[in-house]
Design a protein around this ligand. Sequence first.
Ligand code: FES
Length: 602
Amino acid sequence: MSSLVKVKIYTASEPLVSWIYEGQTVWQAVQKAGVLQRGDCGGRGICGKCKARVEGDVLSLTSEEEEVLSVEEKQGGFRLTCKCHVMGETSVFLPETRIAHLKGGLLMFERYPGVLAAIKKVDTHIPPFNRNNPIPLMERVQWSFKDYELEISSANLNHIAELDQGDGFRINGGLLDKTVLRIHPQGQGRFCGLAVDIGTTWISCALIDLITGELLGETGALNSQIEYGRDILARISYVMDNDTGIEELNEKVVRDISLIVEELLDGLEIGSEDILEMTVVGNPVMLHLFVGLDPRGLGRAPYVGLFRRGISRRAATLGMPMHPAGRVLILPQVAGFLGSDVVACLLAVAGNSLDNFLVLDIGTNGEMVIVKDDMYFACSIAAGSAFEGGGITSGMVARGGAIDRFWLEDGEMKYSVLGIERPEGICGSGLVDLLNVLLDLEVIDETGLIQPDKYAGKWRNTPRGTELIIVDEAESSQGLPLVLNQQDVRQLQLAKGAVRTGIDILMKEAGINPQGIDEVMFAGAFGHYLNPEAVIGIGMIPGFEEHRIKPIGNASLRGALAALVSVREREEAMRLASCITAVDLADHPDFASLFVESMAFK
Ligand code: FES
């Protein structure tokens, strides 16, 4: 059988990675990643709709491409993806594609079809101002929307007043339930929604037009609560030790979201008051702090917070940068240690044709779910931040400058860097790859002990112990060497042990073995760049076949988006939250023995 090759897919919203067999086409790689790409001729090389810029190890132009592509396109590196066969690592650039939705395994192209949002657009006519019977504009607007309540701002009415020049005119209203929140001259303006995923380390937001379904932007930022501690227990401790802890942490997340929204709106002709509804997902501690509720109950057995079901709040009460009377909807959580981010992940992948699958979201507070014949088993894992580069001497998050891959060529260690040429650090997927290479070389033994005499690379002695120099200072972007030492390996061992223990216990609870799992889906940044061979090689996951391992991007955010654009998805979120079996790892009788076993590299 031919070997697997990696294809990186760069879209407007996020990069994806797809693994295909050597000789398959770029089109197949794109589809495998779940992106629905344009193409009217079904891949026969006739329509030219699937063309994209491609770089990397691919076969030369086919006769169909010679015919369909212009000279400039050929010179610019454009290919018909349906006819471009991949032989080694390749990148494809799809700048027009926004990752909007993952449903039934497919990411929709640019727009959500058939939006079923709670926000509706209503159209009405404002009667003309009559000098003989002068009626103020506000009263005429109220009369025109007589079936509804009106909660429009003064600035909004002032803007509309500019149209009130004697003739009547038409306006569109943004309706939430029975209340018109925002009005625009007909055919102008947008009624928007915001999906928010509050991670312990990273906050992601997506802005969408709730009438057309067009994704307007997606971005994120570090959760600045991080200065109060990296994980949820540290945040709870801060609340325990400080009377104003809840308010301080709440202010941080409110400010972070406000700055992200500012960035999203920059350059768009949209104001924050055009955002009429927001859906929010996150782990229970993040959600409590977002609402300003005390999370202390979540830090000790039996891990019960102050709320679990989905709740809605007026935006103004939470200080959200949107219409003050807009609605903030927090999706339902599962248990004190499993939040609405798990539910959102499942919403994002629901509807696929698989019977049994495993979804992993490896963040600072990781979650995983096994779905077996419509039964759901989920747990959270304290993987720590090692896979996000936290606590690792040369670790960093997966962004430009991070080494994402390592491999051996003629006994020499090679690496690839995201975005820019010189490396700044090593991200989670790079660290997993590095461990795998060092295990192959027997530089790390099964117990995780570093054996310097096994490798003729560069070593140095420091107060932290012996360190392997992975990248010389002259080659790194910061002028500092990138290294790996024994403490780093131990941190990574703890993290991978936590992940493996979670998977083993969930499989046991679900009564399934690795052969029974059809697909393993990795959500989040870690999944974008991971090398399935390395993840299996270090024993982080059991021996699934590599082609069954698939990255699915930020599934929590896409689940939040799905609930934002569809009231049916909100009902589905409630159903999922109530039927997921929450498995408490800490209480599980096999936890201690499995965790010790899972720490070994085998
Ligand atoms: S799909 Fe028509 S040319 Fe590729």
